[in-house]
Design a binder for this molecule. Sequence first.
Ligand code: T46
Length: 131
Amino acid sequence: MELIKISTITDSRGRLSFVESTKDIDFDIKRVYWLDQTTPGSDRGAHAHKKLHQLLIALSGSVTVDLDNGKEQSQIVLDTPGTGLIIRPMYWRDLKNFSDNAIVLVLASELYSEQDYYRNYEDFLHASRIS
Ligand code: T46
């Protein structure tokens, strides 16, 4: 897990922000998706990935991300588009406390593949202990 500063240029017209593969993040971006219109009290995530690297940016609003690598737990609040959270493989993640206006952009290193998910925490824990 790493927090990175997002490159931003602000002028009289507003703000422009960008992320470049290999410069800002150490993986190529193969997929982009975003979370919005989250319903009150809803959580997302509750899984880990085998190979996927992702960068999460709260473009609007805020979200709390709980992370667990099988040994240590941490919690990050994303509440500014100026900061991105890189989540590496083998981190269980729970996204919660979405604000009303939350929009979370995700830049992912792989195409979508259900085979890449651990959706059962015990399976993830077992795999994290033997890896
Ligand atoms: C993650 C968090 C932050 C697709 O068909 N293509 C996609 O690219 C994605 C991300 C999902 N889906 C399908 C799979 C499910 O049928 O969309 C449905 C909902 O996906 P899921 O329950 O995995 O959504 P979240 O918000 O719990 O998790 C997602 C990502 O899956 C995950 O990688 O880290 O956002």
